[in-house]
Write a protein that binds this ligand. Structure first.
Ligand code: MLT
Ligand code: ZN
Length: 465
Protein backbone atom coordinates (compact mmCIF):
# COMPACT_ATOMS: atom_id res chain seq x y z
CA UNK A 1 0.00 0.00 0.00
CA UNK A 2 1.36 3.46 -0.81
CA UNK A 3 1.72 6.03 1.96
CA UNK A 4 -1.03 8.04 0.25
CA UNK A 5 -3.39 5.04 0.40
CA UNK A 6 -2.55 4.49 4.09
CA UNK A 7 -3.40 8.12 4.91
CA UNK A 8 -6.57 7.86 2.77
CA UNK A 9 -7.59 4.90 4.93
CA UNK A 10 -6.95 6.99 8.07
CA UNK A 11 -9.27 9.67 6.67
CA UNK A 12 -12.15 7.19 6.58
CA UNK A 13 -11.83 6.64 10.36
CA UNK A 14 -12.56 10.19 11.49
CA UNK A 15 -14.88 13.04 10.56
CA UNK A 16 -14.40 14.76 7.19
CA UNK A 17 -11.51 17.24 7.19
CA UNK A 18 -10.04 15.86 10.43
CA UNK A 19 -6.77 14.62 8.93
CA UNK A 20 -4.34 17.40 8.01
CA UNK A 21 -1.22 17.01 5.88
CA UNK A 22 -0.45 20.60 4.88
CA UNK A 23 3.09 21.80 5.77
CA UNK A 24 1.93 24.49 8.24
CA UNK A 25 -0.10 21.98 10.29
CA UNK A 26 2.69 19.38 10.20
CA UNK A 27 5.11 22.01 11.50
CA UNK A 28 2.75 23.32 14.20
CA UNK A 29 1.48 19.99 15.54
CA UNK A 30 4.73 18.05 15.16
CA UNK A 31 6.44 19.66 18.14
CA UNK A 32 6.15 20.95 21.69
CA UNK A 33 7.93 23.90 23.34
CA UNK A 34 11.36 22.31 22.92
CA UNK A 35 13.16 23.84 20.00
CA UNK A 36 15.81 21.23 19.27
CA UNK A 37 13.94 18.75 17.05
CA UNK A 38 12.72 19.55 13.55
CA UNK A 39 9.14 18.24 13.32
CA UNK A 40 8.39 15.75 10.51
CA UNK A 41 5.04 14.01 11.09
CA UNK A 42 3.24 12.43 8.13
CA UNK A 43 -0.26 13.59 9.18
CA UNK A 44 -2.25 15.12 12.03
CA UNK A 45 -5.51 13.43 13.03
CA UNK A 46 -8.22 14.89 15.26
CA UNK A 47 -10.44 12.16 16.73
CA UNK A 48 -13.81 13.20 18.18
CA UNK A 49 -14.62 10.08 20.22
CA UNK A 50 -13.11 7.14 22.07
CA UNK A 51 -14.22 4.83 19.24
CA UNK A 52 -12.33 6.95 16.74
CA UNK A 53 -9.17 6.79 18.92
CA UNK A 54 -9.50 3.00 19.04
CA UNK A 55 -9.91 2.86 15.25
CA UNK A 56 -6.78 4.99 14.81
CA UNK A 57 -4.77 2.69 17.10
CA UNK A 58 -5.95 -0.42 15.23
CA UNK A 59 -5.02 1.28 11.93
CA UNK A 60 -1.56 2.17 13.29
CA UNK A 61 -1.00 -1.44 14.39
CA UNK A 62 -2.01 -2.75 10.95
CA UNK A 63 0.42 -0.42 9.20
CA UNK A 64 3.10 -0.27 11.95
CA UNK A 65 2.89 3.51 12.13
CA UNK A 66 3.97 5.42 15.24
CA UNK A 67 1.38 7.64 16.96
CA UNK A 68 2.38 10.75 18.92
CA UNK A 69 -0.22 12.24 21.29
CA UNK A 70 -0.59 16.00 21.19
CA UNK A 71 -2.30 18.24 23.74
CA UNK A 72 -1.42 21.90 24.29
CA UNK A 73 2.16 21.16 23.12
CA UNK A 74 3.60 23.09 26.06
CA UNK A 75 5.87 20.21 27.13
CA UNK A 76 9.56 20.79 27.69
CA UNK A 77 11.02 17.33 27.06
CA UNK A 78 10.16 16.64 23.42
CA UNK A 79 7.58 14.01 24.42
CA UNK A 80 5.08 15.45 21.91
CA UNK A 81 7.60 15.75 19.07
CA UNK A 82 6.96 13.76 15.88
CA UNK A 83 10.28 13.82 14.06
CA UNK A 84 10.16 10.53 12.13
CA UNK A 85 7.02 10.38 10.01
CA UNK A 86 4.68 9.49 12.90
CA UNK A 87 1.01 10.46 12.88
CA UNK A 88 0.12 13.03 15.51
CA UNK A 89 -3.11 12.35 17.39
CA UNK A 90 -4.32 15.78 18.53
CA UNK A 91 -7.04 15.89 21.15
CA UNK A 92 -8.32 19.40 20.41
CA UNK A 93 -11.72 18.09 19.27
CA UNK A 94 -12.24 16.08 22.49
CA UNK A 95 -12.43 19.13 24.74
CA UNK A 96 -15.67 18.83 26.67
CA UNK A 97 -16.36 18.65 30.39
CA UNK A 98 -18.71 15.67 30.52
CA UNK A 99 -19.90 15.47 34.13
CA UNK A 100 -19.65 17.05 37.58
CA UNK A 101 -20.54 15.49 40.91
CA UNK A 102 -20.78 17.88 43.82
CA UNK A 103 -20.79 15.13 46.45
CA UNK A 104 -17.76 13.30 45.07
CA UNK A 105 -16.26 16.67 44.08
CA UNK A 106 -15.18 15.22 40.74
CA UNK A 107 -15.24 16.48 37.16
CA UNK A 108 -15.09 14.14 34.19
CA UNK A 109 -13.14 15.64 31.31
CA UNK A 110 -12.21 14.73 27.78
CA UNK A 111 -8.43 14.85 27.33
CA UNK A 112 -8.44 18.08 25.32
CA UNK A 113 -9.96 20.17 28.14
CA UNK A 114 -7.58 23.07 28.80
CA UNK A 115 -6.20 23.16 32.35
CA UNK A 116 -7.52 26.69 32.89
CA UNK A 117 -10.98 25.58 31.70
CA UNK A 118 -11.02 22.99 34.50
CA UNK A 119 -9.71 25.54 37.04
CA UNK A 120 -12.45 27.98 36.00
CA UNK A 121 -15.12 25.28 36.09
CA UNK A 122 -14.07 24.40 39.64
CA UNK A 123 -14.14 28.07 40.67
CA UNK A 124 -17.61 28.52 39.15
CA UNK A 125 -18.77 25.69 41.41
CA UNK A 126 -17.11 27.13 44.54
CA UNK A 127 -14.27 24.59 44.39
CA UNK A 128 -10.63 24.44 43.34
CA UNK A 129 -8.47 22.46 40.93
CA UNK A 130 -5.05 22.99 42.50
CA UNK A 131 -2.55 21.83 39.88
CA UNK A 132 -1.30 25.09 38.41
CA UNK A 133 1.59 26.34 36.29
CA UNK A 134 2.37 29.11 33.83
CA UNK A 135 1.13 27.21 30.77
CA UNK A 136 -2.29 26.38 32.27
CA UNK A 137 -3.93 28.61 29.64
CA UNK A 138 -2.97 26.25 26.82
CA UNK A 139 -1.94 22.89 28.31
CA UNK A 140 -4.55 20.12 28.19
CA UNK A 141 -5.64 17.67 30.88
CA UNK A 142 -4.56 14.66 28.79
CA UNK A 143 -1.06 16.11 28.52
CA UNK A 144 -1.01 16.99 32.23
CA UNK A 145 -1.78 13.35 33.01
CA UNK A 146 0.71 12.04 30.44
CA UNK A 147 3.48 14.06 32.08
CA UNK A 148 2.13 13.96 35.66
CA UNK A 149 2.38 17.75 35.61
CA UNK A 150 3.56 19.49 38.79
CA UNK A 151 3.92 23.25 38.94
CA UNK A 152 3.69 25.86 41.64
CA UNK A 153 1.36 24.33 44.26
CA UNK A 154 2.95 20.91 44.67
CA UNK A 155 4.25 21.68 48.17
CA UNK A 156 0.65 21.68 49.39
CA UNK A 157 -1.35 19.70 46.84
CA UNK A 158 1.06 17.29 45.16
CA UNK A 159 1.30 16.47 41.46
CA UNK A 160 -1.46 15.74 38.90
CA UNK A 161 -1.35 12.08 39.98
CA UNK A 162 -2.98 13.01 43.31
CA UNK A 163 -6.04 14.47 41.54
CA UNK A 164 -6.88 11.71 39.08
CA UNK A 165 -9.84 9.73 40.43
CA UNK A 166 -10.31 7.56 37.37
CA UNK A 167 -9.09 7.18 33.82
CA UNK A 168 -10.23 5.72 30.55
CA UNK A 169 -7.31 4.81 28.33
CA UNK A 170 -6.91 3.24 24.90
CA UNK A 171 -3.86 0.99 25.04
CA UNK A 172 -1.39 0.33 22.24
CA UNK A 173 -3.45 -2.75 21.39
CA UNK A 174 -6.58 -0.64 20.98
CA UNK A 175 -8.31 -1.96 24.13
CA UNK A 176 -10.37 0.49 26.17
CA UNK A 177 -9.50 0.20 29.88
CA UNK A 178 -11.56 1.88 32.58
CA UNK A 179 -9.18 2.38 35.50
CA UNK A 180 -10.23 2.81 39.15
CA UNK A 181 -13.81 3.91 38.33
CA UNK A 182 -13.35 7.13 40.35
CA UNK A 183 -13.23 5.24 43.66
CA UNK A 184 -11.53 6.64 46.75
CA UNK A 185 -10.85 3.16 48.12
CA UNK A 186 -10.13 0.29 45.77
CA UNK A 187 -7.83 -2.46 47.05
CA UNK A 188 -8.14 -4.83 44.10
CA UNK A 189 -4.56 -5.33 43.02
CA UNK A 190 -2.33 -3.28 40.74
CA UNK A 191 -3.44 0.34 40.27
CA UNK A 192 -3.03 0.57 36.49
CA UNK A 193 -4.34 4.14 36.58
CA UNK A 194 -1.10 5.26 38.21
CA UNK A 195 0.93 3.42 35.57
CA UNK A 196 -0.60 5.50 32.79
CA UNK A 197 0.01 8.77 34.67
CA UNK A 198 3.40 10.12 33.67
CA UNK A 199 3.84 7.44 30.99
CA UNK A 200 4.05 10.14 28.29
CA UNK A 201 1.62 8.28 26.05
CA UNK A 202 4.01 5.35 25.63
CA UNK A 203 1.53 2.76 26.97
CA UNK A 204 -1.72 4.20 25.66
CA UNK A 205 -3.68 7.42 25.30
CA UNK A 206 -5.90 8.99 27.97
CA UNK A 207 -9.34 9.38 26.41
CA UNK A 208 -11.30 10.44 29.52
CA UNK A 209 -10.27 11.49 33.03
CA UNK A 210 -12.19 12.12 36.21
CA UNK A 211 -10.38 14.75 38.25
CA UNK A 212 -10.89 15.51 41.93
CA UNK A 213 -11.49 19.03 43.20
CA UNK A 214 -10.72 20.59 46.57
CA UNK A 215 -12.27 23.32 48.69
CA UNK A 216 -11.41 26.80 47.45
CA UNK A 217 -8.50 28.42 49.35
CA UNK A 218 -9.29 31.42 51.55
CA UNK A 219 -7.59 34.77 51.04
CA UNK A 220 -4.41 33.57 49.36
CA UNK A 221 -1.56 35.90 50.27
CA UNK A 222 1.97 35.98 48.83
CA UNK A 223 5.28 37.26 50.14
CA UNK A 224 8.39 37.91 48.10
CA UNK A 225 11.57 37.92 50.18
CA UNK A 226 15.06 38.91 49.05
CA UNK A 227 17.89 36.75 50.41
CA UNK A 228 21.63 37.49 50.57
CA UNK A 229 22.62 34.15 48.97
CA UNK A 230 21.41 30.72 47.90
CA UNK A 231 22.13 29.24 51.33
CA UNK A 232 19.64 31.50 53.11
CA UNK A 233 16.63 30.21 51.15
CA UNK A 234 16.30 26.86 52.93
CA UNK A 235 16.30 28.26 56.51
CA UNK A 236 13.60 30.68 55.34
CA UNK A 237 11.56 27.74 54.05
CA UNK A 238 12.08 25.90 57.32
CA UNK A 239 11.03 28.91 59.41
CA UNK A 240 7.85 29.53 57.40
CA UNK A 241 6.92 25.86 57.25
CA UNK A 242 7.20 25.73 61.02
CA UNK A 243 4.79 28.66 61.34
CA UNK A 244 2.29 28.33 58.48
CA UNK A 245 0.73 25.88 56.02
CA UNK A 246 2.35 27.05 52.80
CA UNK A 247 0.58 26.68 49.47
CA UNK A 248 3.75 27.54 47.51
CA UNK A 249 7.46 28.15 48.06
CA UNK A 250 9.30 29.17 44.91
CA UNK A 251 12.60 30.85 44.21
CA UNK A 252 14.32 32.80 41.44
CA UNK A 253 17.61 34.62 41.00
CA UNK A 254 18.42 38.28 40.35
CA UNK A 255 19.13 37.40 36.70
CA UNK A 256 15.60 36.04 36.37
CA UNK A 257 14.14 39.14 38.02
CA UNK A 258 16.15 41.39 35.69
CA UNK A 259 14.61 39.65 32.65
CA UNK A 260 11.12 40.17 34.07
CA UNK A 261 11.81 43.84 34.87
CA UNK A 262 13.08 44.37 31.30
CA UNK A 263 9.60 43.42 29.99
CA UNK A 264 8.29 46.65 31.50
CA UNK A 265 4.86 45.26 32.41
CA UNK A 266 5.48 43.89 35.94
CA UNK A 267 6.09 46.08 39.02
CA UNK A 268 9.29 45.48 41.03
CA UNK A 269 8.60 43.77 44.38
CA UNK A 270 10.67 46.32 46.34
CA UNK A 271 13.57 48.74 45.83
CA UNK A 272 16.51 46.64 47.16
CA UNK A 273 18.50 44.39 44.85
CA UNK A 274 19.10 40.90 46.21
CA UNK A 275 20.90 37.92 44.63
CA UNK A 276 17.98 35.55 45.25
CA UNK A 277 14.28 35.79 45.96
CA UNK A 278 11.78 33.44 47.59
CA UNK A 279 8.09 33.66 46.75
CA UNK A 280 5.85 32.02 49.29
CA UNK A 281 2.09 31.80 49.56
CA UNK A 282 -0.37 30.87 52.29
CA UNK A 283 -4.04 31.22 53.16
CA UNK A 284 -4.37 34.28 55.38
CA UNK A 285 -7.73 32.98 56.59
CA UNK A 286 -7.66 35.20 59.69
CA UNK A 287 -5.64 38.00 61.32
CA UNK A 288 -3.65 35.57 63.44
CA UNK A 289 -2.20 33.85 60.36
CA UNK A 290 -1.15 37.17 58.81
CA UNK A 291 0.50 38.23 62.10
CA UNK A 292 2.30 34.90 62.31
CA UNK A 293 3.62 35.43 58.76
CA UNK A 294 4.91 38.89 59.66
CA UNK A 295 6.52 37.63 62.87
CA UNK A 296 8.29 34.90 60.88
CA UNK A 297 9.44 37.47 58.34
CA UNK A 298 10.94 39.57 61.16
CA UNK A 299 12.67 36.52 62.60
CA UNK A 300 14.22 35.78 59.18
CA UNK A 301 15.44 39.39 58.91
CA UNK A 302 16.98 39.20 62.41
CA UNK A 303 18.78 36.00 61.45
CA UNK A 304 20.22 37.69 58.36
CA UNK A 305 18.41 35.28 56.00
CA UNK A 306 16.19 37.98 54.49
CA UNK A 307 17.25 41.46 53.34
CA UNK A 308 13.91 42.86 52.23
CA UNK A 309 10.36 41.68 51.62
CA UNK A 310 6.80 42.49 50.67
CA UNK A 311 3.42 40.91 51.46
CA UNK A 312 0.46 41.20 49.09
CA UNK A 313 -2.43 43.31 50.37
CA UNK A 314 -4.86 42.76 47.51
CA UNK A 315 -5.75 40.33 44.73
CA UNK A 316 -3.94 42.58 42.24
CA UNK A 317 -0.76 42.62 44.32
CA UNK A 318 -0.96 38.85 44.71
CA UNK A 319 -1.20 38.45 40.93
CA UNK A 320 1.66 40.90 40.34
CA UNK A 321 3.96 39.08 42.75
CA UNK A 322 3.18 35.77 41.04
CA UNK A 323 4.05 37.31 37.65
CA UNK A 324 7.65 37.63 38.88
CA UNK A 325 7.85 33.86 38.94
CA UNK A 326 5.25 32.72 36.44
CA UNK A 327 6.44 34.86 33.53
CA UNK A 328 10.02 33.55 33.78
CA UNK A 329 9.76 30.52 31.52
CA UNK A 330 8.09 32.37 28.66
CA UNK A 331 10.30 35.45 29.07
CA UNK A 332 13.60 33.59 28.86
CA UNK A 333 12.38 31.39 25.98
CA UNK A 334 13.60 34.27 23.79
CA UNK A 335 17.18 33.12 24.58
CA UNK A 336 16.51 29.46 23.61
CA UNK A 337 17.56 28.18 27.03
CA UNK A 338 19.15 24.83 27.68
CA UNK A 339 16.90 23.58 30.48
CA UNK A 340 17.64 21.28 33.38
CA UNK A 341 14.81 20.23 35.70
CA UNK A 342 16.46 18.41 38.59
CA UNK A 343 15.37 17.43 42.09
CA UNK A 344 16.56 15.99 45.37
CA UNK A 345 14.83 15.56 48.71
CA UNK A 346 14.44 18.90 50.45
CA UNK A 347 16.93 18.09 53.21
CA UNK A 348 19.66 17.62 50.59
CA UNK A 349 18.97 20.84 48.71
CA UNK A 350 21.62 23.06 50.40
CA UNK A 351 24.56 20.70 49.78
CA UNK A 352 23.26 19.74 46.34
CA UNK A 353 22.89 23.39 45.33
CA UNK A 354 26.45 24.16 46.35
CA UNK A 355 27.76 21.26 44.23
CA UNK A 356 25.64 22.12 41.20
CA UNK A 357 26.48 25.80 41.50
CA UNK A 358 30.21 24.93 41.49
CA UNK A 359 29.75 22.85 38.29
CA UNK A 360 27.83 25.69 36.66
CA UNK A 361 30.50 28.22 37.67
CA UNK A 362 33.26 26.02 36.28
CA UNK A 363 31.65 24.85 33.05
CA UNK A 364 29.36 27.68 32.04
CA UNK A 365 31.48 30.73 32.92
CA UNK A 366 30.61 32.52 29.67
CA UNK A 367 26.91 31.80 29.57
CA UNK A 368 24.16 33.61 31.41
CA UNK A 369 22.55 31.26 33.93
CA UNK A 370 19.03 31.79 35.24
CA UNK A 371 17.98 29.79 38.29
CA UNK A 372 14.40 29.39 39.40
CA UNK A 373 12.14 26.64 40.59
CA UNK A 374 9.96 24.95 43.12
CA UNK A 375 12.59 24.86 45.80
CA UNK A 376 10.08 23.92 48.49
CA UNK A 377 9.73 20.58 46.65
CA UNK A 378 13.50 20.21 46.11
CA UNK A 379 12.98 20.99 42.39
CA UNK A 380 15.42 23.36 40.67
CA UNK A 381 15.19 24.70 37.13
CA UNK A 382 18.64 25.51 35.82
CA UNK A 383 18.40 27.49 32.58
CA UNK A 384 21.47 28.29 30.49
CA UNK A 385 20.78 31.09 28.00
CA UNK A 386 22.09 30.95 24.46
CA UNK A 387 24.34 33.87 23.53
CA UNK A 388 22.80 35.79 20.58
CA UNK A 389 25.78 35.12 18.30
CA UNK A 390 25.86 31.32 18.77
CA UNK A 391 23.95 28.82 16.62
CA UNK A 392 21.38 26.65 18.37
CA UNK A 393 23.24 23.45 17.45
CA UNK A 394 26.63 24.66 18.71
CA UNK A 395 25.05 25.94 21.92
CA UNK A 396 23.15 22.71 22.70
CA UNK A 397 26.23 20.62 21.85
CA UNK A 398 28.32 22.61 24.31
CA UNK A 399 25.67 22.40 27.05
CA UNK A 400 25.25 18.66 26.56
CA UNK A 401 28.90 18.20 27.51
CA UNK A 402 28.13 19.46 31.01
CA UNK A 403 25.28 16.97 31.51
CA UNK A 404 27.70 14.31 32.69
CA UNK A 405 28.78 16.41 35.69
CA UNK A 406 25.31 17.64 36.52
CA UNK A 407 23.70 14.20 36.26
CA UNK A 408 26.50 12.43 38.14
CA UNK A 409 25.88 14.88 40.96
CA UNK A 410 22.12 14.23 40.77
CA UNK A 411 22.83 10.49 40.95
CA UNK A 412 25.18 10.90 43.90
CA UNK A 413 22.38 12.69 45.79
CA UNK A 414 19.79 10.05 44.78
CA UNK A 415 17.95 12.74 42.88
CA UNK A 416 15.99 12.92 39.65
CA UNK A 417 17.25 14.13 36.26
CA UNK A 418 13.68 15.19 35.47
CA UNK A 419 11.57 16.36 38.38
CA UNK A 420 8.47 17.39 36.45
CA UNK A 421 9.19 18.01 32.75
CA UNK A 422 9.35 14.32 31.85
CA UNK A 423 11.87 12.24 29.92
CA UNK A 424 10.60 12.48 26.34
CA UNK A 425 13.55 12.86 24.00
CA UNK A 426 15.64 15.38 25.92
CA UNK A 427 16.40 13.15 28.94
CA UNK A 428 16.00 9.73 27.33
CA UNK A 429 19.71 9.03 26.97
CA UNK A 430 20.33 9.95 30.61
CA UNK A 431 17.58 7.85 32.22
CA UNK A 432 20.21 5.54 33.74
CA UNK A 433 21.31 8.34 36.07
CA UNK A 434 17.94 8.15 37.84
CA UNK A 435 16.69 4.61 37.19
CA UNK A 436 18.56 1.32 37.64
CA UNK A 437 19.07 -1.11 34.76
CA UNK A 438 16.61 -3.50 36.43
CA UNK A 439 14.00 -0.78 36.72
CA UNK A 440 14.41 0.19 33.07
CA UNK A 441 14.07 -3.46 32.06
CA UNK A 442 10.78 -3.66 34.04
CA UNK A 443 9.56 -0.46 32.38
CA UNK A 444 10.29 -1.90 28.92
CA UNK A 445 8.51 -5.13 29.83
CA UNK A 446 5.44 -3.14 30.94
CA UNK A 447 5.47 -1.23 27.65
CA UNK A 448 5.55 -4.52 25.73
CA UNK A 449 2.36 -5.65 27.52
CA UNK A 450 0.34 -2.58 26.56
CA UNK A 451 2.04 -1.72 23.27
CA UNK A 452 3.53 -4.89 21.74
CA UNK A 453 4.14 -3.28 18.33
CA UNK A 454 5.82 -0.21 19.82
CA UNK A 455 3.51 2.26 18.07
CA UNK A 456 2.63 4.47 21.06
CA UNK A 457 4.87 7.54 21.15
CA UNK A 458 7.87 5.55 19.91
CA UNK A 459 11.34 6.60 21.03
CA UNK A 460 10.11 8.53 24.08
CA UNK A 461 11.41 7.64 27.59
CA UNK A 462 13.67 5.00 26.01
CA UNK A 463 15.05 4.44 22.52
CA UNK A 464 13.12 1.95 20.38
CA UNK A 465 14.50 -1.64 20.65
C1 MLT B 1 8.31 26.51 35.52
O1 MLT B 1 8.47 26.13 36.67
O2 MLT B 1 8.26 27.72 35.23
C2 MLT B 1 8.06 25.47 34.48
O3 MLT B 1 8.43 24.21 34.90
C3 MLT B 1 8.65 25.81 33.14
C4 MLT B 1 10.13 26.00 33.12
O4 MLT B 1 10.84 25.34 33.87
O5 MLT B 1 10.61 26.80 32.33
ZN1 ZN C 1 8.53 24.10 36.96
Amino acid sequence: MTQRAVIDELMTLVDPGKVLVDPASLEAYGKDWTKHYPPAPSAIVFPRSIEQVQAIVHWANRHKIGLVPSGGRTGLSGAAVAAHGEVVVAFDAMNQILAFDEFDRTVTCQPGVITHQLQQFAEDHGLYYPVDFASSGSSQIGGNIGTNAGGIKVIRYGMTRNWVAGLKVVTGKGELLELNKDLVKNATGYDLRQLFIGAEGTLGFVVEATMRLDRAPRNLTAMVLGTPDFDAIMPVLHAFQGALDLTAFEFFSDKGLAKIMARGDVPAPFASDCPFYALLEFEASNEAVASQALATFEHCVEQGWVLDGVMSQSETQLKNLWKLREYLSETISHWTPYKNDISVTVSKVPAFLRDIDAIVGEHYPDYEVVWYGHIGDGNLHLNILKPEHMTKDAFFASCTKVNKWVFETVQRYNGSISAEHGVGLTKRDYLGYSRSADEIACMKAIKAVFDPNGIMNPGKIFAPE
